[in-house]
Design a protein around this ligand. Structure first.
Ligand SMILES: Cc1cc2nc3c(=O)[nH]c(=O)nc-3n(C[C@H](O)[C@H](O)[C@H](O)COP(=O)(O)OP(=O)(O)OC[C@H]3O[C@@H](n4cnc5c(N)ncnc54)[C@H](O)[C@@H]3O)c2cc1C
Ligand SMILES: NC(=O)c1ccc[n+]([C@@H]2O[C@H](COP(=O)([O-])OP(=O)(O)OC[C@H]3O[C@@H](n4cnc5c(N)ncnc54)[C@H](OP(=O)(O)O)[C@@H]3O)[C@@H](O)[C@H]2O)c1
Length: 458
């Protein structure tokens, strides 16, 4: 039977879900008078997952959350081991041999598919790839073609807003952010004049949050354009949320304001279901079917088809979870099958000692704060299982770093991250337009800066 006093846990994924899980686990075990060693692995050299590689660079208020995650990782109970891909550099079996429990918190980094004809034409992109580019993810190309005047963004979620805002914004207004220099140069060269965002349902069906929506109206030299026809007979249902009321008020204020002759426009279209991407080799137009609510309020196609000329397209129709080699995975939902965080194997039984949390547990929706409640639920089950003696007994007690050294894996550490963090902040301070940080993009450069101290000591 596993002794709670000597619990050893591996967490795969150092995004917010993994970090919250580690912190909550450490607190829960110590509240029970036990002790726990936690190793937190990430395939990237740096921690924070989508906070570093998803959250838009012009959203610095999210930094507050990073500060509290930083404190959790500084406390000494959680050991960060970066630049290690579980499933490639180390197998999940290797972890299960060494730890009483493994928590998978691998989140999502890829786009969900949009299966319409022409989606693979040149000039058709996934929002997640574009986000990874402008946030300086090490594994995406450094160059991004921004040579279209009219661009479409499909989807009415916050990612669509981030993408549309970054596309429409003048590069000069991103200069004070942490965007890498190659991104700033790419955005400076952009020839965009019109960004069209398309929702397949109505203005009251959007998944935008009010604060993100309102922000669009404050982008300098960008007009918001709304079509009167999209707002015909639109009424808030009784009992609508305050959030929806604010969203509707925001749309109405923009309609009343009209356009100001700005050099770029951001059009918000509703009731447009994408049908096909048209073009000879590259994107030339998007074909939509107009939609409308039926008598029961269900949105359906009206049969009316419209072609709208655009030269580039970004699908922002959701993310898709990141599987782990040899761990169960539901390819339809893009999640690790689980019941309240306990992973379910192919035989429909719980896999002893294997847990999931965050976006990989419940799908790619929700804010950073939601990953905390996820972690509470998952960790509560892990602790209950440990108390019930239901975890696996590890067969190997050696330090995992020895295995990584044997395999010559260039792992990074918490001290390494502190060095990289300081380096990026120094780059920001030295910049002509003072910035909080300038991100280092290439993986090998991040690893070299992170490992410089340990190499100097060896
Ligand atoms: C574009 C975008 C912008 C967003 N902006 C905001 C915002 O402004 N505010 C807000 O509250 N929420 C925002 N969110 C939502 C927020 O990012 C998520 O709620 C949160 O990041 C999910 O956390 P997670 O830890 O589950 O996953 P992630 O953040 O995706 O972290 C998963 C981690 O697992 C690692 N990993 C994956 N596979 C492996 C493996 N095999 N081995 C080792 N490591 C692995 C990844 O490298 C990653 O670091 C945004 C989301 C997106 C997509
Ligand atoms: N600043 C922030 O706080 C911030 C920023 C970015 C992301 N996030 C969060 O991260 C999560 C993920 O965001 P997200 O935007 O990727 O997902 P999302 O909120 O689920 O939005 C996805 C959008 O894509 C649409 N869509 C899906 N399939 C489609 C199809 N086949 N054709 C046309 N449209 C389609 C959906 O429409 P339907 O509604 O009709 O399905 C919806 O409008 C969300 O919880 C979001 O709030 C937060």
């Amino acid at each position: 039977m596993t002794n709670l006093l000597s619990l050893r846990v591996a967490i795969v994924g150092a995004g917010p879900a993994g970090i919250y899980a580690g912190n909550i686990l450490a607190n829960s075990v110590s509240a029970e008078g036990g002790a726990v060693e936690i190793d937190l692995f990430d395939s990237l050299p740096a921690p924070y997952g989508l906070i570093r590689y998803g959250v838009a660079p012009d959203h610095p208020r999210i930094k507050g959350i990073v500060n509290s995650l930083h404190e959790m990782l500084s406390a000494g109970t959680i050991r960060f081991i970066g630049n290690v891909e579980v499933g490639r550099d180390i197998a999940i079996d290797d972890l299960q041999e060494r730890y009483d429990a493994v928590i998978l918190a691998t989140g999502a980094i890829r786009d969900a598919e949009l299966r319409i004809p022409g989606i693979d034409l040149h000039g058709s992109y996934g929002a997640a790839d574009f986000v990874a580019w402008f946030d300086g993810h090490p594994d995406v190309p450094r160059e991004w073609p921004l040579d279209a005047a009219e661009v479409a963004v499909i989807g009415n979620g916050n990612v669509a807003l981030d993408v549309a805002r970054v596309l429409a914004k003048h590069a000069v207004d991103l200069r004070s952010t942490e965007v890498p220099d190659n991104v700033l140069a790419g955005l400076e060269a952009s020839t965009v004049t019109d960004v069209h965002v398309f929702g397949r349902r109505g203005p009251l069906d959007v998944k935008f949050t009010p604060i993100e929506l309102r922000e669009l109206g404050e982008v300098p030299d960008v007009d918001i354009v709304l079509a009167d026809e999209d707002f015909a007979e639109l009424e808030l249902a009784a009992g609508s949320s305050n959030q929806l009321k604010v969203i509707l008020r925001t749309f109405q204020a923009w309609r009343a304001r009209g356009t100001t002759g700005a050099s770029r426009r951001l059009h918000l279209h509703f009731w447009h279901a994408p049908v096909a991407v048209l073009g000879d080799g590259r994107v030339e137009a998007l074909r939509f079917e107009r939609t409308a609510p039926d008598a029961e309020g269900v949105v359906r196609g009206t049969g009316e088809v419209r072609d709208i000329p655009v030269q580039a397209l970004y699908r922002a129709v959701g993310y898709y979870g990141t599987p782990v080699v040899d761990a169960p995975f539901d390819t339809v939902r893009g999640v690790i099958p689980n019941v309240e965080g306990r992973v379910i194997g192919d035989d429909d039984e719980t896999v002893a000692g294997l847990y999931a949390t965050g976006w990989i547990k419940r799908g790619p929706v929700g804010l950073i704060g939601h990953t905390k409640s996820d972690a509470m639920e998952t960790v509560a089950h892990l602790v209950a299982d440990a108390n019930a003696g239901a975890l696996r007994t590890p067969s190997e007690r050696g330090d995992v770093l020895e295995l990584l050294d044997q395999r010559e894996v260039e792992y990074t550490t918490w001290d390494g991250w502190l060095a990289l963090d300081a380096h990026e902040r120094a780059l920001g301070a030295a910049h002509t337009h003072t910035r909080e940080r300038v991100k280092v993009v290439p993986r090998e450069e991040q690893v070299a800066i992170s490992r410089a101290d340990s190499l100097a000591l060896s």
